[in-house]
Design a protein around this ligand. Structure first.
Ligand SMILES: Nc1ncnc2c1ncn2[C@@H]1O[C@H](COP(=O)(O)OP(=O)(O)O)[C@@H](O)[C@H]1O
Ligand SMILES: [Mg+2]
Length: 355
């Protein structure tokens, strides 16, 4: 039987570009080669798409971009092409694909944009579709959907760039509606990029400025005191499994970018150190949230487990896939090793009842 042609997309015009390179390296090393014929499309930080025929190890380091065998490639939105138009040195050719696997984190990859392009291209795409990706990328939209579904999230205030004309008003609002300390974050970023904690009005002003450097919409959230507990969800429609959750104890004052990827000193505990009752409730809530947001394939659902109950923090539709990442570790703990997980994710992309 002919192998299934998988195009793995990596990199991306995103603040999480470097994480994607490491995630993609893990995916590429572990994808079952007996079943899948894999090729790579790298997207530079500037958003240039390249067909990359080189070594997987050079992806991790960022060296791939400078490989002279790279050539410009575009995913054709023409549904009859079903693949990439590659501008090779001997002229353009069509590299057909059966399925796209976007291993892209954050903007321009996890946010519905690539998923929409796959839809136009008539190609199945691993993970969430366009709408659910977009809904989970924008934390204000996620909060609103979850509220509608009766799932508790942190109280927040939404800021748009035009709101900045009245910063005194914002500060008043924060004082009366939330109270300090607060967390300030871009609505559409990830990996803690642009996230800061503010204890007073001055810190709030500075935090807002930082967050707006990463997007047009910002959330100011009430600080939630609780354990950071994450649950891996896998499946389509309402046929989904939610893993035994894991817990992160950040090395830094909060789980910021350095604590996540650089220092490697944050502690991951599987299972999370919460009561069995809270664990069961968390797994049910993760599934409920996944279904409410219309997710398919996979998502990592992150919570704060507090003394007075659970608060859902966010849903990541393309969670980290590095060797220290929670999603693959949680699935491995459920008896699904990474190779089988990748296989399952690709198979789920082909299910017509995606939603
Ligand atoms: N409302 C909050 N209360 C307490 N800590 C928070 C809050 N929001 C974010 N944090 C801290 O900041 C980290 C990053 O924020 P998060 O919303 O998860 O954004 P990202 O998408 O960048 O991961 C969280 O893991 C947590 O440590
Ligand atoms: Mg997070």
């Amino acid at each position: 039987m002919a192998k299934i042609k998988v195009a793995v997309l990596f990199g991306g015009a995103s603040s999480e570009h470097e994480i994607s390179l490491i995630s993609a390296h893990t995916v590429l090393l572990n994808i079952p080669k007996d079943k899948y014929d894999v090729f790579c499309i790298g997207i530079t930080k500037k958003g240039h798409w390249l067909y990359y025929p080189g070594e997987y190890d050079d992806i991790k380091t960022g060296k791939w971009e400078y490989n002279t065998d790279c050539c410009t490639a575009v995913l054709s939105p023409d549904a009859l092409h079903r693949g990439f138009i590659v501008m090779g040195s001997d002229g353009a050719f069509l590299r057909k694909a059966d399925v796209i696997f976007p291993v892209l984190h954050g903007m321009n990859g996890e946010d519905g944009s690539v998923q929409g392009l796959c839809r136009l291209a008539g190609l199945p795409c691993v993970g969430c579709d366009m709408t659910s990706s977009a809904a989970c990328m924008d934390k204000t939209v996620t909060h609103k959907i979850l509220e509608f579904a009766g799932i508790r999230t942190a109280p927040f205030i939404e800021l748009r760039r035009f709101s900045l004309k009245n910063t005194d008003g914002i500060i008043e609002d924060v004082k009366t509606k939330l109270g300090f300390p607060v967390y300030v974050k871009p609505a559409c970023a990830g990996s803690s990029v642009g996230v800061s904690r503010a204890e007073n009005a001055d810190e709030l002003r500075a935090a807002i400025k930082i967050a707006f450097a990463h997007g047009e919409k910002v959330l100011v959230e009430k600080e939630i005191i609780g354990k950071e507990v994450e649950c891996a969800v896998l499946g389509n429609g309402n046929d989904v499994i939610a893993s035994v959750p894991g817990q992160i104890t950040p090395a830094e004052k909060f789980y910021d970018y350095d604590a996540k990827y650089k220092l490697g000193t944050s502690v991951l505990d599987i299972p999370a150190k919460i009561s069995e009752q809270q664990m069961n409730e968390l797994r049910e809530t993760a599934k409920k949230a996944y279904i409410a947001c219309g997710c398919s394939g996979m998502a990592r659902v992150d919570f704060f487990a507090c003394e007075d109950g659970l608060v859902l923090n966010e849903i990541n539709t393309i969670p980290g896939f590095t060797s220290i990442s929670m999603y693959p570790k949680l699935m491995e703990n459920m008896g699904i090793p990474i190779g089988a997980l990748i296989d399952k994710l690709i198979q789920l992309a082909f299910c017509s009842d995606n939603n």
